[in-house]
Write a protein of this length. Sequence first.
Lengths: 112, 560
Amino acid sequence: MITIDGLRAFGAGVDEGLARCMNNEAFYVRLVEKVLKDKGFDELDAAVAAHDTDAAFEAAHKLKGVLANLALTPICEPVTQMVELLRSRTDTDYSQYMNRIKEKKAQLEGML
Amino acid sequence: MGEFAYSKGLKRRILIVDDEEINREILGNMLQDHYVVSYAENGRQALEMLRDRTVRYSLILLDLLMPVMSGEEFLRLHKEEEQISGIPVIVMTSEKPAEVRSIKMGADDFITKPYDSPEVIKARCERIIQLYEDKSIIRSAEKDALTQLYTREFFYEYVRQADHYDETVYKDAIVLNVDHFHMINEMFGRDMGDEVLKKIANALEQIFGNGLYIGCRPDSDYFYLYVDHHESYEGVFNELSEELAKYSHMPKIRIRAGVYLNADKSISVDGRFDHAKLACDRIRGDYTRQVNFYSKELNDADLFHEKLIHGIDDAIANGEFIVYFQPKYGIAEETPVLCSAEALIRWKHPEYGMISPGEFIPLFENNGLIQKLDHFVWRRSAEQIREWKEKFGVTVPVSVNVSRVDIYDPELENRLGAIVEENGLTAADLMLEITESAYADDAKSLTEVVDHLRERGFKIEMDDFGTGYSSLNMLTTIKIDVLKIDMSFIRNMNRDEKSRRLVELIMDIARFMNVPAVAEGVEDETQLKMLKDMGCQIIQGYYFSKPVPPEEFERFISGK
């Protein structure tokens, strides 16, 4: 079960995220659980694998918005870095970012 | 307004448009205490929801990057649709360049992602909603919702501004009015009335829109225009009529215009439009004129009329009205014999001297005040008949006027009956003149009233016969005792064959109806002889005497 303390330990900006959720802890936690099921992660992964930078940018951008709102900093950071690189369609190896994203996501999922 | 709604506990509705469910939920959770929140996943869904007229949205929170229809595409369409373009939009974005771009595309504000604190977001929403509501209140007071023309106060203010910036340019103040507009509403419904007003506003825009033109609908079916001076308005209002005639489903309408040319800018704006309105109102019911121009004379005449209208009661009380009598002579015998008289009113005004009846009678006929004068003349005439009867031992019947408005007076019979009785007269002594135009107004009422009056013994004279519209038809339904031939025929009889033939014809009609014919306006012996030859029995006119005061009239009685 994901808890506020757990999120804090994870490195999330809990106070910021909670404030956006009107300090409703249950609501905040529910949204965090929900974002883990967001199909945007899979879409990003697939786009990166296919070297489709347009689709990858779109997916990363969307994820960034949600993750930032929830202040899930450890996952949001690599996503944001990807967005900036993809914005200029930088030809680079995105798998390192993807791996970090997956790793942090798995860490959160482990709390479920 | 914003405060009003909050104080009444009314909740506005906000539409959140974002493809990310979590974002929608976060925002919704922030706003739900103050607002009713609806959600759309993309621009297209949002448009569909906004087009539903039964739901009223106060604000749209719009994400830019969305599938199906992006926020930018939505902004473009939002601007184009009249029904929803009035709803403010706050864009939600994490991209700096998008902020400026969306404001340029018509967004009213933006919220950055990740979201600011709920307080900031709520404050931004509230501020934009209030701004729009205040703006729409101002706009609704500034423009008439139906025609989009200015309302009176704003119009006057803009005219003042136009004067200020356009000081040296001559301007015309114009007032337009739709004749019998209430009938359009009554006969075709209010929607049609509204449509007519809208079409007029459009046509005015088309005709005057090129120059500096300020238009206003101050109330109901009046239009005020302030335009650059036109040398001539010939054609301008024809163009307007033609423009309106294009709408074949609309009833035919007639628009009157009053124009104050080169309106004097030293006069207040409303004063200038009062002048134009006076010119406009003056031709109400005059189907020969579509445009009337304001002039000093018109204004003076209006002031004069106002004074007459306000002075009528005092004038009656102060004895300013004098009843004159013009003799009528029977000419069947060799020597003419006085047989009756016609009562004619004169006004000796303390300020204006003798005022012609042609000046005040039509005025009082228009506003119904004629009834007061009629009552005065009936009473005065009856008293005079009694006086002469007492003094000379003879009865001189007097003809008095019964105006249209009297016909509708349910007390008419009793009123006349009482006057006759009080003076010890018989009903036949007071002869009642009605005009055939009263028949055109309401044939049924007139026929009934005439029947009742005749039953009580009053004699009915048909005045101005031959000048109205329904003469022949009328004669089949209404019973009269005397036919009076209008003086215009008599006057032209000497030199105009047609007039002479008409008089002969009217004489034939009188014979056919078995009633005497009275010829009015007889001025010379030639006319008298012609009439006598035609078999006319009674003559009235300057040949015998002009209308005279009662004392002077007595010489005709004593001569009898």
